[in-house]
Design a protein around this ligand. Structure first.
Ligand SMILES: Cc1cc2nc3c(=O)[nH]c(=O)nc-3n(C[C@H](O)[C@H](O)[C@H](O)COP(=O)(O)O)c2cc1C
Length: 312
């Protein structure tokens, strides 16, 4: 049986435009989790963030919306809108490690508080949608999860997506596979593994060790090598991968020029994409430096054409 693969949310990159164009060029992903939505000034939501989640803007890859909230009423308010838009599953972000978020007891900042998580889940279960959670092992300590799993086990959650790092680890240091193995035993709900899958080989090692996992979520590894999900599922690399990468890149660049206002916004977005994508190229550090220095769209176009021409 082929593994179920989902594209991880990477805020600032995997928006609806990126997901749509990505899925049309690269096979392999079954679904995506969208970067988090949040409310401001109580229950307000930015309309452009909701637009990202309209079914008509997500035709190439099914998407699950994610909500970052510590107040269950805010989650319910956004959740109702998303459910009315047709979303049957909603994901609760319990993993965001950034101090600005976590210090306000949101994202991974809630992980040391199982009682608050329990009260939250009790309240949001009035929503007609299924709920899943995306979590880390803890905020500061990887044993925090052992107080959380019994809480999750009480609710009919769709799945528990575990990124086996602590919040204070951010995205560095090793993933803690031994603690993940214990979680897999203790969790009665479907568990999705997320973290540092960067090659078919790293996937195969994890798949062998954790056959009970119900799905796999890949973020940075797929942004660096967009062919990765397809390779994991057995699709061989095409004869000329750089040609497909170029077509993907050019379509993204064109679309962001239509959607974003001003060269600096467009260039910032493209530079963010290249931060990962350069790993598909041999001389990646040199390429990234060149791109990061670019200040005009014209120069950006010249440099990227050069990079692709040298690789095809
Ligand atoms: C720049 C950046 C933005 C991210 N944004 C989100 C987000 O909006 N929601 C979320 O749950 N995780 C977010 N993540 C975490 C990723 O979804 C994922 O859990 C993490 O990168 C580990 O998986 P990977 O090693 O496959 O990338 C973000 C990560 C990065 C690096």
């Amino acid at each position: 049986m082929k593994p179920i693969l989902s594209l991880a949310p990477i805020r600032g990159i995997t928006d609806a435009t990126y997901r749509d164009i990505f899925a049309r060029y690269f096979p392999g992903f079954d679904l995506a989790l969208a970067p988090f939505l949040t409310t401001y000034q109580g229950n307000r939501i930015k309309p452009e963030r909701l637009k990202e989640l309209l079914p008509e803007n997500n035709r190439s890859l099914p998407v699950i919306p994610q909500i970052l909230a510590k107040d269950p009423d805010h989650f319910i308010a956004i959740g109702r809108i998303l459910h009315d838009m047709g979303h049957e599953t909603l994901n609760w972000n319990l993993g965001c490690p950034y101090p600005m978020v976590a210090n306000k007891m949101r994202g991974s900042g809630l992980l040391p508080h199982p009682e608050k998580i329990e009260a939250f889940l009790k309240k949001v279960h009035i929503l007609p949608a299924a709920i899943s959670v995306k979590i880390r092992l803890g905020r500061k300590d990887s044993t925090e999860i052992f107080k959380l799993l019994p809480v999750f086990n009480q609710f009919p959650l769709k799945e528990v997506i575990i990124h086996p790092r602590t919040g204070i680890q951010m995205y560095g240091g090793a993933v803690d596979l031994d603690t993940f193995a214990q979680c897999l035993e203790l969790c009665k709900l479907p568990v999705v593994f997320n973290g540092d899958i960067t090659s078919p080989a790293s996937f195969n090692t994890l798949n062998k060790r954790f056959p009970a996992v119900s799905g796999w979520m890949i973020g940075r590894g797929a942004l660096a090598n967009p062919f990765l999900a397809g390779q994991i599922k057995g699709t061989p690399l095409p004869d000329n991968p750089a040609k497909i990468l170029k077509a993907f890149h050019d379509e993204l660049f064109e679309k962001y020029q239509e959607l974003l206002s001003g060269p600096s916004h467009i260039l910032d977005r493209m530079k963010g994409i290249w931060f990962y994508l350069t790993n598909s190229f041999a001389n990646n550090k040199k390429i990234l430096k060149k791109i990061q220095k670019t200040k005009s769209l014209q120069r950006y176009r010249e440099i990227t054409d050069e990079i692709f021409n040298e690789s095809t």
